[in-house]
Write a protein that binds this ligand. Structure first.
Ligand SMILES: [Zn+2]
Length: 213
């Protein structure tokens, strides 16, 4: 993994400076994947697309913020206020949903991104615990359930990756028959492993996110 220069951006509302890490190259060595589509790769950290200002707490898309400069370590001495700027951070489940409420989802892609991130965040506590010890399905808040319902509306069944994602949402909502029906489809070969795992879990009536081993 090779990190690139930190990009310095300013909050579109209050002009607080923030630093965005960049990546020149990475790879999926040692990566782990889960049935909900989340991948965690130590050599390929996922960079957030949206963040919350450290100063005024507003939400904004990082790509839409004004770039002030780049910190190239060892090449030139950056202004002290650049070095002092905090790094952008990932949002929590609650914050992704709040960003939607605040009107940040202006396109289908943006809404899909925010809702998928909120879903993944809600599954995160399950990812690293001993799933076999969990006897009851995770408790989802009414907001989290509404998020999944809206994801079902947004996802396009004619698109293989989205169809698979939809089947997984249905399985996690314990709508196993509907999940199985969506899996009856001619998926591309690379989906074979995850498709059979989700099918097997749905047949067992298991609603938990699982690692694709
Ligand atoms: Zn701000």
């Amino acid at each position: 993994m090779k990190p690139g220069p930190d990009r310095v951006i300013e909050c579109p509302h209050c002009k607080t400076l923030m630093r965005v890490p960049t990546l020149l190259s990475g790879n999926t060595l040692g990566a782990r994947w889960w049935t909900d589509g989340r991948m965690i790769a130590p050599m390929l950290p996922s960079l957030p697309a949206i963040t919350r200002c450290h100063g005024c707490e507003c939400y904004f898309w990082i790509s839409e913020a004004k770039v002030i400069g780049h910190i190239r370590y060892g090449l030139e001495e950056p202004p002290p206020e650049w070095k002092a700027a905090k790094r952008v951070r990932k949002l929590s489940e609650k914050e992704y949903l709040e960003a939607i409420q605040n009107g940040l989802a202006r396109t289908r892609e943006q809404e899909l991104y925010l809702r998928t991130q909120a879903w993944w965040a809600s599954n995160d506590p399950l990812r690293f615990t001993g799933l076999d010890e969990i006897q009851t399905p995770p408790h989802r808040s009414p907001e989290a359930l509404m998020n999944l319902e809206r994801l079902l509306e947004l996802l396009d069944e004619t698109h293989p990756a989205e169809r698979l994602q939809k089947a997984e949402v249905l399985r996690e909502l314990e709508r196993f028959d509907e999940a199985l029906r969506l899996l009856e489809f001619d998926f591309p070969d690379q989906y074979e492993k995850v498709t059979s795992l989700i099918r097997e879990l749905a047949q067992r009536k298991d609603p938990l996110v699982r690692e694709i081993g």
